[in-house]
Ligand binder design. Structure first.
Ligand code: FES
Ligand code: FE
Length: 429
């Protein structure tokens, strides 16, 4: 790969090479150096309520099986049989005592060990090979942060807490409550977009600019007004980023809570404002329910307010599989949880008003790079290049103004650092 493609020189000037959205060798390097190396979101603990609970998901293009083991701990393994490679679990989620491969009948227990081989039944004797070497391949590290389960294939990756760094301060706006923590409301949706995964991730990292334009008609149809609360000059709105994790938000609080406009959600947020303030402090309490968007590097995004949580799973340079869930506070009233779930379906699902707006733009933006001449042009990421500030309360890199490209630049800076680094030691912290 040409070094100039990964250079930060252009990015510092606000330009990005279009090949990052198109070239197959860039994509393969992303699988190696980002998806096989970073901590990736694999589950919410609420999806694995008891021993034997499992789900299958993706870490890059590697299919993994995430399981609640008998001792209550969580394990994650490559979902591929060490015999001939077949998937050992073909379900998306469920409860099991173990997993039996459909090809030759080898069975695996909840901690991934090879429990039985069909051969012994067939020949009436023990196999000659060492079973202990033939379990499912586990991830290198697995850890949780306040309900969210992350895993990495890299034994040398820094601990999850260091990978998140000061971004945990912001994550707590969603995850830290005195209502029994959080959970995913029942069900999930999978859909496919013909776009590069980064177009979606960078949108959630900080693209407030598109909201007032792309989603204007959807907001008008749903709420009878445009998307409120976005202003590039607004001193009470920010782009913040830490280690490539990005959050853009304003401090209008419940005032513009949840573009869903559902009274039950707004009433719930208002009724609990004092408790949020006590727990999070006045500044972060105003982030609860304000219009904002987040991407945890590389591909785990959510929208506070709408509470849609999602992963952008890479399926080649021009295809992305989108998995979505809805996060709710565990002890919130059932009608509020239901309002959030339905609201997210109406806005951010394959048939939701806002999701459809975004998908078409991302697909066309990706597809444009098929043209060899178009691909030679660069893309502009220079908005808000003079907006960096020091903030007395907000950690990380802080930029003033919600309409900004600061977080997108931070996302691609981290992307470039990881692609260029041979080991974690070479990745700046
Ligand atoms: Fe799984 Fe043969 S491939 S038992
Ligand atoms: Fe959008």
């Amino acid at each position: 790969m040409k070094d100039d493609l990964l250079a930060l020189r252009d990015l510092d000037d606000g330009w990005l090479d279009r090949r990052v959205f198109w070239d197959r060798d860039v994509y393969e390097l992303e699988l190696e150096r980002i998806f096989a190396r970073c901590w990736l979101f694999v589950a919410h603990e609420s999806q694995l309520p008891k021993p034997g609970s499992f789900l299958t998901t993706w870490m890059g293009e590697d299919h993994v099986l995430v399981v609640r083991r008998r001792d209550g701990s969580i394990g994650a393994y490559l979902n591929s049989c060490p015999h001939r490679g077949n998937r050992v679990c073909t379900a998306e989620a469920g409860t099991a005592r173990g997993f039996v491969c459909n090809y030759h009948g080898w069975s695996f227990d909840l901690d991934g060990r090879l429990a039985g081989v069909h051969e012994s039944a067939a020949f009436g004797r023990e196999p000659t090979f060492d079973r202990s070497k033939l379990g499912l391949t586990p991830v290198a590290q697995l850890d949780t942060y306040k309900g969210l389960v992350f895993a990495t294939f890299d034994p040398d990756a820094p601990p999850l807490r260091d990978f998140l760094g000061d971004f945990a301060f912001y994550l707590d706006v969603m995850l830290d409550n005195d209502e029994g923590g959080t959970e995913f409301a029942g069900g999930s949706i999978t859909s496919v977009l013909d776009c590069n995964w980064k177009i979606a991730a960078e949108n959630f990292a900080g693209d407030a600019l598109h909201a007032g334009w792309t989603h204007a008609s959807g907001a008008e149809a749903m709420l009878g007004r445009g998307v409120a609360g976005l202003s590039g000059d607004d001193t009470e709105s920010y782009h913040v980023n830490v280690n490539g994790h990005c959050w853009e938000f304003n401090l209008d609080g419940v005032g513009n809570a949840a573009t869903l406009g559902d009274r039950r959600i707004i009433d719930y947020l208002r009724a609990n404002e004092a408790r949020f303030t006590e727990r999070l402090g006045p500044l972060r309490a105003k982030m609860v329910g304000s219009i904002s968007s987040v991407n945890v590097f590389p591909n785990f995004s959510f929208l506070p307010g709408q509470n849609t949580f999602r992963t952008w799973q890479p399926k080649g340079p021009h295809r992305t599989e989108l998995h979505t869930w809805v996060l709710v506070n565990r002890d919130a009233p059932e009608e509020v949880k239901d309002a959030w779930r339905k609201g997210a379906m109406m806005t951010f699902s394959p048939s939701g008003v806002f999701e459809m707006d975004d998908g078409e733009n991302w697909e066309l933006a990706t597809r444009a790079n098929q043209g060899v001449v178009t691909r030679r042009q660069r893309l502009y990421y220079g908005l808000g290049s003079d907006t960096a500030i020091e903030h007395p309360e907000l950690p990380g890199n802080v930029h003033r103004g919600q309409v900004n490209d600061a977080n997108q630049r931070a996302f691609y800076r981290r992307w470039s650092e990881l692609l260029r680094a041979g080991t974690w030691d070479e990745v700046p912290s």
